[in-house]
Ligand binder design. Sequence first.
Ligand code: FES
Length: 87
Amino acid sequence: MRLVIHSRKEPYSVRLGDIPGFSNLSSDEKVLNYTIRICGCGLSQNKPFCDGHHRLTTDEEEGKVYTYDLENKRIKAEEYYRKDMKY
Ligand code: FES
């Protein structure tokens, strides 16, 4: 079992040209300037890419732990994890 905590509420933006060695694969400026978005929230259904599910996290309160079921419904983490568990 593994519990992974994500606190980020937005994707990481990565410009292809900034990936080490990528310019060896393409010298096309349009390709090098293309930006991909990598999921930082952990909720994407299309990992590693962002699919917009991070919008579910916008009203999460700082310091609280949330979890989401397979239908993207927010559920109270305390109902799923022991209260004495250290995060
Ligand atoms: S950052 Fe996770 S879906 Fe967008």
